[in-house]
Design a protein around this ligand. Structure first.
Ligand SMILES: [Zn+2]
Length: 307
């Protein structure tokens, strides 16, 4: 069964009308159980990431000031959240979930954090609703404990992972691949190993053919031991922040393409859900749920035939 991590219980207060869809995590957790994709035995609550784990990526100054509630006004504005102790707890648990899912992926072929993918977080600051860079922390954890050497990040959130790219700039051991809206946030892109910029309104055929063209080269250039996949729901046509026109079916085919190719070449995949800001919250949940459903087909150790 697919092993899943959820931070849904660790919610935090937001002002009325705030754009961040905090409700999606709890709804997604519910739907995972109702659909039978997850159960009490396979749906885990993560431990909070430790300070030592965060310091493998983030500066002590940023970590300590965030945890202690000493970020300035402008730093909080850039982050997009009001500070609270609940936000601290949630942020640490969300990073923990990606660390645990990445570790489990090595055993089980695929594992998934129903949160995370906070790729706009830099070493020394957060922005765009991203406090800590969970993917970077998880990769450093696995590298520093000798479980992986090389990692490929496949970032298909519609926004570029500027923080991730900055963190791994010049590091040959981590290949950062991103397909994102060229005219979308962040307006100042940070170059990764391979960036594919998509035009506003890009539809299924174009989106999927570009992905299919690039993915094999990404995996052969990266020579990874592990793939971390950011399965953002925000390329969807109904997304309020996405600017693309990819359908439900197109996103499902995207997920299948990534997971099938990784399995063909024997690579474990850790999945994070990343962004999703559907006009209708249920659309976003449906997309993340479908990612989990497709992932569950690949939840078997590499090299063992699938059921
Ligand atoms: Zn996004």
């Amino acid at each position: 069964m697919l092993q899943l991590w959820t931070s849904a219980r660790y919610t935090f207060p937001l002002p009325l009308g705030h754009r961040f869809p905090i409700a999606k995590y709890e709804r997604l957790r519910e739907q995972i159980v109702i659909s039978g994709i997850g159960s009490a035995g396979s749906l885990h609550e993560p431990e909070p990431a430790t300070r030592a784990a965060l310091l493998r990526v983030h500066t002590p100054d940023y970590v300590d000031r965030f945890v202690d509630g000493r970020l300035g006004e402008s730093e909080l504005r850039r982050l997009g959240f009001p500070w609270s102790t609940a936000l601290v707890e949630r942020s640490l648990r969300s990073v923990g979930g990606t660390c645990e899912a990445a570790t489990a992926a090595l055993e089980n072929g695929v594992a998934m954090n129903l949160a995370g993918g906070t790729h706009h977080a830099f070493a020394d600051h957060g922005e765009g609703f991203c406090v800590f860079n969970d993917v970077a922390v998880a990769i450093r954890l696995l590298q520093n404990t000798g479980r992986v050497c090389r990692v490929a990040i496949i970032d298909l959130d519609v926004h570029q992972g500027n923080g991730t790219n900055a963190i791994f700039a010049g590091d040959e051991s981590v290949f950062t691949f991103s397909m994102h809206g060229g005219r979308n946030y962040p307006f100042q892109k940070v170059p990764g190993s391979l960036d594919v910029e998509l035009a506003d309104g890009t539809r299924d055929d174009d989106y999927l053919s570009q992905l299919a063209d690039h993915l094999p080269a990404v995996l052969s250039r990266a020579e990874p031991d592990l793939v971390v996949y950011l399965a953002g729901a925000d390329p969807h046509e109904s997304d309020t922040l996405g600017r693309l026109s990819v359908s439900f079916d197109g996103l499902a085919r995207r997920d299948a393409l990534v997971l099938e190719l990784c399995r063909e070449v024997g690579l474990p995949v850790a999945i994070t859900i990343a962004g999703g800001y559907g006009r209708n919250l249920e659309d976003t949940i449906q997309i993340h749920l479908e990612t989990a459903r497709i992932a569950s087909r690949y939840a078997s150790p590499i090299g063992v035939p699938r059921p």
